[in-house]
Each structure stands twice: as C-alpha cells, then as structure tokens.
Design a protein around this ligand. Sequence first.
Ligand code: DGL
Length: 261
Amino acid sequence: MSRTKIGFFDSGIGGISVLSHARRRLPGADYLYYADTDHVPYGTKSRGEIIRYSDEAVGFLAEQGADAVVVACNTATSMAIGYLREKYPFPIVGMEPAVKPAAAAHQGEKILVCATPVTIAGEKLHTLIEHNYASDDLPDLIGLPGLVTFAEQEIFDRGDVCKYLASVIDKERNYSAVVLGCTHFGYFSDSFRELLGDIDLIDGTKGTVNRLISVLESEHIPLPADEEGCMTFYQTGRPVTDPKTLAFFDRLLARAEKFQN
Ligand code: DGL
C-alpha cells in the first residue's frame, strides 16, 4: 500500500511552520510542500490573481498524487477556498485567523488581530469577528505585509523586526493577546514578545492540524505511523534540489519547532 500523501501550499515559506507541526503529529505521511515563490506575496494581490495561483498550486499537488491538501495560507483560504473545494475531489483544509479561540480565552480583553492586507480587508475575517465579538468590544486589526518580506528574506533579527513592528503597532493599547493570522508571522514570536511583553500569541497551526487529522479519519485515508515519511519541496511547481534552498527550509522547520514548544 502506498503511503498517504499530504500536500501543503502557501504563497511562500509561511506554511512550513504548519508543515513542521503536521509532521510531528503525523510522521508516517509523505509531505509535498508547494511554495509559490514566483508570486509571493499574495497579501497585496487581487482576488482573481490569488484564485488563479492557488488553483495552479493545488492542481500541481493533485498531479503529484496528493490525497489531501492543506492551504497553509490564510490569504489564499480567504480568497480561494470555496473555488478550490468545488473544483477538486479530495479534502482541502484551509486556515483562518484564530479569532475564535482568542475570543474564548480573552473575553473582555484587548486583542490585536494581524494578517496580510488582503485577509484584513476580506469579508471572511469580518464575518468571523462578528460571530465571536460583541460590537462594542471588537479586536484591533492590522496588516503586516512587511513581515512576509522579512521572512522570505530570512531576516529574523529582532532589532530590524521590532523597529518595523513598533512603527505599526501601538503598544500603549496594552494587548493581552495577538492573533497571528498569517503563517509567515509565527517565525517572529520572539520579536512580538520583545515589543509587547509576555503576551499570548495565538495562531491557527494546531487547529489546522487537528482539522486535517479529523478530515483524514472521516475520509478513511490511512496514516501509517510506524516509519517516517519523506518531504518534497517545490517552488511554483519546480522541485527544489539546490542545497542552499533546502538548508533554508530546514532552518525554517527548526525555527517553527522552537516557537511551537
Ligand atoms: N502566508 C500567507 C498567509 O497566511 C500569505 C503571505 C503573503 O503572501 O502575503 O496569509
């Protein structure tokens, strides 16, 4: 029996943070990771472009034999998940900013939701907020496209990152929690804490992997857990073989793991 293949897709390297968690929970699967390097960032693109690129990515993963796909990108989920689910026959798990768990854990407290400009402006997020917050107690919303650029360039230096964050986040708002509504943002947990103190940082990684597991179970997709599966990376459909890029992805897996612990 061939091993279960799970496809992951993000505009770039953000979804590697979700892949890292999935691999720990489901070591027996084979993973295909598609970073749409030619088109990153999605967070400032039109809905039509995001649907087109997401379709190309998921179509590619389908050709490689994915049994299920995780759209490890809040922006692509916000714009394209309905289209993708209608088009493809296998399960597709999306990601959305973890507004619901943040509301449950921090009732009546000041929350900041950060994501890409497209996610922040999107109807999906506003509907999610309406369902989870009273109209006189809404969270603050902010787009942080600069963090996507930093992550893609592997700039994690707290000095540079905190300077950027301080220029866009008002720390006098005394937030109790920050929702990291973009998969690129989890790599900067240290900088968020340096600027805002020991706040609760909430992202959708664990919830997404829980959802993936329950979808695989309900679809009777087998998960042999005995021996570790393999990981294959693609950049906009081209297999990644160059050792420098693979080493970069390894560093991201390690960084994601460090912050998830
Ligand atoms: N990582 C993506 C997200 O979760 C999008 C980043 C971008 O391409 O702008 O929204």
